[in-house]
Design a protein around this ligand. Structure first.
Ligand SMILES: [Zn+2]
Length: 120
């Protein structure tokens, strides 16, 4: 079972481009896509991509290199993001306030913090 938090809304598409054809497969999450690509290595595909539902290419084998390296980095990034979300507790109790998307009060607090520390 993969973490439901890592599930992509609407699934992700794995694209494999070959010299003469292309294959696409729909999976539930990026983890599943990584597994699918890793399992079919080595492959004669020219290029392989992981595309999310909003058409964002998150992995491109010609640009990002091996799927193992990319997946390791992606997992670290995910951890970092979820860790920073956990750390941020809104002191103003605004719903939907996260480290990535601060509420107005928190954004102002941060501005003040920045100004007060910039002179040191
Ligand atoms: Zn806030």
């Amino acid at each position: 079972m993969s973490d439901p938090a890592l599930r992509e809304e609407g699934g992700v598409t794995v694209l494999a481009l070959y010299e003469t054809r292309r294959e696409r497969e729909r999976v539930a999450s990026i983890e599943d896509a990584v597994e699918l690509i890793a399992d079919s290595e080595p492959s004669d595909a020219v290029c392989r991509k992981i595309v999310t539902r909003d058409d964002t290419v998150v992995y491109d084998s010609t640009r990002n290199g091996s799927i193992e390296n990319w997946a390791a980095e992606w997992r670290l990034e995910r951890e970092r993001l979820s860790a920073s979300e956990d750390v941020h507790a809104c002191p103003h109790e605004s719903p939907g306030c996260t480290a990535e998307d601060l509420c107005l009060q928190c954004a102002m607090d941060r501005q003040i913090e920045r100004h007060s520390t910039s002179g040191r």
